[in-house]
Design a protein around this ligand. Structure first.
Ligand SMILES: NC(=O)c1ccc[n+]([C@@H]2O[C@H](COP(=O)([O-])OP(=O)(O)OC[C@H]3O[C@@H](n4cnc5c(N)ncnc54)[C@H](O)[C@@H]3O)[C@@H](O)[C@H]2O)c1
Length: 399
């Protein structure tokens, strides 16, 4: 079997990759019947030369490969007929901008396995970039607070080649006595907590966080039952919340009066209550000055997320009275950091982390063949929608 790492074709080109040179080398050594080739790319965070040094063949033509690994949506013209692809297709929610992509995949008799649909038995996602989104998002949130208050100065993540180098810049950092709320229970929240700990910000209990001030910087980590309760009886049941989110309400408004910085990493869709409502901002005790919205849905769990910024310019202000977008760090506004491709600021670490999960959980299942995990994540098999994704039929027909 030959695995091919494709060149990212989406514009602007994504610099991440599914497997690092060392991981490719490891596969070849561990599985002598598997070959790995890499399509030339000028944009990847690991250069062609690094793959070559690891003994990996570089190619332009990938038509001899059995399995093609990418990251983002593959441009229609690049899709090779009759192949098996793994990438993030962003089609499972019938996203309008990717309708033509799914149609082309069907027409070209392709098999599409979507990373986003790879799940453990209990429904938890197997693979994702969330951890490094949390790392970069938390750094940017702390950077924004430093810029707003002038209390300290943090540079940009992408100025450092690796996470290890970034960590060293936190040495001696003097953070004032801020109170930070971290929300979420997945990889993003894990990444945010990592930065909190590296910056030696101390975790405290929620009651304490709500009731008192501290003479050192603190954070509270709020997960499912801390954030939501049933509207009728105040209870929380995870499965019930996932299935009937509209019957729940948010408990976060109390925290808006005790929090200086919100680091948001919750999973959200339009049926899940927002953390707080826009009107809460007008409450005289609303205290939040900076929001790092790593979840990043426009008008989503954070109602004053006014849309995406770029890595180059990650923060904007939101006027507390009019909710208009302003320049960042001006009086009377809240700073919002909202970027949809945060892991691209640390692409080498993010790729390594992604590749490790791929090697641990996905590659063995691919090699075994006929594996339920892969079956469950296969949206299209040989040009036909699988039964699990038959609900996409109308979308695939262009209706
Ligand atoms: N800005 C960025 O660059 C960026 C990058 C990665 C992820 N994200 C976003 O951050 C959010 C969190 O991502 P993550 O990587 O931590 O996810 P994850 O899959 O690691 O964790 C998601 C958590 O949400 C819970 N969950 C799953 N389905 C749910 C449902 N239907 N209702 C309620 N809760 C549910 C799970 O139990 C899990 O604890 C997502 O919205 C994701 O799109 C943003």
């Amino acid at each position: 079997m030959t695995i091919g790492l494709i060149r990212e074709g989406k514009i602007p080109a994504d610099n991440r990759v599914a497997l690092t040179p060392t991981q490719c080398k490891w596969i070849k050594k561990r599985h002598p019947n598997v070959d790995v080739v890499v399509q030339h790319s000028p944009d990847r965070c690991f250069s062609d030369a690094e793959y070559k040094r690891a003994g990996i063949e570089l190619v332009d033509d990938i038509s001899h490969c059995d399995i093609l690994l990418g990251i983002k949506e593959v441009p229609l013209k690049n899709l090779v007929p009759n192949k098996t692809y793994l990438f993030f297709s962003h089609t499972k929610k019938k996203q309008p901008h990717n309708q033509k992509l799914l149609q082309a995949i069907l027409e070209k008799n392709i098999t599409l396995i979507d990373y986003e649909c790879l799940e453990h038995e209990d429904g938890q996602r197997i693979i994702g970039f969330g951890f490094f989104a949390g790392i970069v998002g938390a750094h940017n949130g702390m950077m924004a607070y430093g810029n707003r208050t002038g209390a300290y100065n943090l540079g940009r993540v992408h100025q450092h080649k690796t996470f290890r180098k970034l960590m060293h810049t936190y040495f001696g950092l003097q953070i004032p006595n801020v109170k930070i709320a971290v929300t979420g229970s997945g990889r993003v929240a894990q990444g945010i907590s990592e930065i909190m700990n590296l910056m030696q910000i101390r975790e405290v209990e929620k009651e304490e966080f709500l009731d008192r001030e501290f003479s050192y910087p603190v954070y509270v980590h709020l997960k499912g039952s801390d954030l939501y309760c049933h509207k009728d009886d105040g209870s929380y049941n995870r499965m019930d919340f996932h299935h009937n989110p509209t019957t729940y309400k948010s408990l976060f408004p109390a925290y808006t009066r005790a929090t200086d910085i919100l680091m948001n990493g919750v999973y959200w869709d339009k049926n899940i209550p927002r953390l707080f409502e826009k009107e809460d901002v007008h409450h005289p005790d609303f205290r939040i000055q900076v929001i790092a919205d790593v979840t990043d849905d426009t008008n989503g769990s954070v109602p004053i997320n006014l849309g995406d910024q770029s890595i180059a310019d990650p923060v904007y202000g939101v006027d507390k009275q009019t909710f208009e977008k302003t320049a960042p760090y001006v009086p009377g506004s809240i700073d919002v950091m909202a970027v949809g491709n945060l892991p691209n600021e640390l692409p080498r670490d993010a790729s390594r982390y992604f590749g490790e999960q791929l090697l641990k959980f996905v590659l063995p299942a691919v090699l075994r063949g006929n594996d339920p995990v892969i079956k469950h994540a296969t949206i299209v098999k040989d040009g036909e929608l699988t039964s699990e994704f038959s609900y996409l039929e109308d979308y695939a027909k262009g209706l």
